[in-house]
Design a protein around this ligand. Structure first.
Ligand code: PHE
Length: 402
């Protein structure tokens, strides 16, 4: 046993520290697990997330690491599946002995992986799962993004007040907790505002032909469609809707955010709207610095997943530093105490329910690009987020959600 341990100690780890100059010996590192959809239908979610975390890791390691050690991120691919999420999180905790976990993106997968973290008492931060139930799993589970009650409300208000539409049809993914939840919250608010949901049609995860649903919806003459799904299907739905003669605006949520959406949906996406977590048009110097560093490292513009992942990793590192130890309970408590952390996706304070209260942005799609429309602040935003948030230029003015 002892000999094996020594041998293992001598083995150099050259892959995961994000900083080749100071490659530490295995065993000398702070090990954090990451689980995400690196392949499969939601691959860009996992890949963007991985890049955001890598950038944060590189920065902390260049600055000397944490508690005198380099940070090692052990990454596992969930292939976008909940069963696989369970398996890989078990592996990260039992075999790799990570002291904390980052992930997943899709809420259904965070619900699966989160249950394992809770059972094994290992703190987890999801950068981007917005379904309310995720953090309800228990006291080990945190998020640094807003929740879908808010996201659904934001889009419903935009539809009613800005687009001024009255009749909306919903097309949702019944295999996704995220899609079902967001659809419900949108419906609640839209009805409260006097709008009518004239139909709810659904599809399942792997579907790619939506003509039956779209033909039915077209006959009902909706003034807009709401498609709270993920980018692969959203792009296909936009394409097929336009072919079917449906010309009204299509609205979606953060789940649309992927370069692949544009590759699939192309011009059919013009005049569509999504709610999201951040905009690259934000003039905040920290946001612009993040975008510049990300572009320099990866040759692409960071999407919301990358930005949220960067913030989640930085909050994890900051919490380990404040905990002053690798004790999981101390790290959990430090995450819970996160207050006024200035991230690139906003100022983050972890509340009593382990969620972050943050603003959302509405983006319009035009020729394969997002155009910032407005930023929407939740009623119960922590005071600090408006006071310490950097000066917003005229075009990034926050509108209170009322
Ligand atoms: N909010 C989505 C979910 O919970 C994930 C997501 C976040 C996708 C941000 C894209 C951008 O499933």
């Amino acid at each position: 046993m002892f000999a094996a341990f020594i041998a293992c100690e001598k083995k150099q780890d050259s892959t995961n520290t994000g900083n080749n100059n100071t490659t530490p010996k295995s065993g000398d590192t702070i090990k954090i697990g990451e689980y995400g959809s690196l392949t499969g239908e939601k691959a860009t979610f996992g890949q963007s997330t991985k890049k955001g975390i890598e950038l944060a890791q590189e920065e902390i390691n260049k600055a000397g690491g944490l508690l005198g050690k380099q940070v090692e991120i052990i990454v596992e691919d969930t292939r976008g599946l909940p069963q696989e999420s369970t398996t890989v999180v078990q592996k990260l905790i039992d075999k790799d002995k990570v002291i904390a976990v980052l992930g997943e993106v899709a809420s259904t997968n965070s619900l699966a992986g989160g249950a394992v973290c809770q059972e094994k008492q290992v703190p987890m931060i999801t950068p981007s799962s917005t379904n309310a139930d995720v953090t309800k799993i228990g006291d080990q589970i945190f998020r640094v993004c807003f929740v879908d009650d808010f996201q659904g409300e934001v889009m419903a208000k935009f539809a009613a007040n800005t687009l001024k539409v009255k009749k909306i049809a919903i097309l949702r993914d019944n295999g996704s907790d995220y899609s079902k939840g967001l659809s419900n919250f949108f419906e609640q608010t839209f009805k409260k505002l006097g709008g009518e949901i004239i139909a709810i049609e659904s599809f399942q995860d792997k579907d790619s032909d939506f003509s039956a649903q779209l033909t039915k919806l077209k006959g009902l003459k909706p003034e807009a469609l709401y498609v709270p799904g993920y980018y692969t299907q959203a792009g296909q739905i936009a394409q097929q809707a336009r072919k079917n003669g449906i010309t009204v605006p299509i609205m979606g949520g953060d789940g649309w955010d992927s370069q692949t959406l544009f590759d699939i949906g192309k011009d059919a996406l013009n005049g569509c709207y999504i709610s999201n977590h951040y905009t690259i048009e934000d003039p905040d110097p920290d946001v612009q610095k993040f975008i510049t560093s990300f572009k320099a490292k990866f040759g692409e513009t960071p999407d919301a997943l990358a930005a949220l992942a960067y913030d989640a990793a930085k909050i994890m590192f900051d919490s380990i530093k404040r905990a002053g130890s690798t004790d999981k309970k101390a790290i959990r408590d430090a995450i819970a105490q996160t207050k006024d952390f200035k991230g690139v996706t906003g100022v983050i304070t972890i509340g009593a329910n382990r969620d972050a209260v943050k603003s959302a942005v509405i983006l319009e799609i035009q020729d394969g690009k997002y155009k910032f429309k407005e930023s929407v602040k939740p009623d119960n935003a922590p005071v600090a987020s408006t006071e310490t948030a950097p000066a917003t230029t005229p075009e990034i003015k926050a509108v209170a959600i009322k």
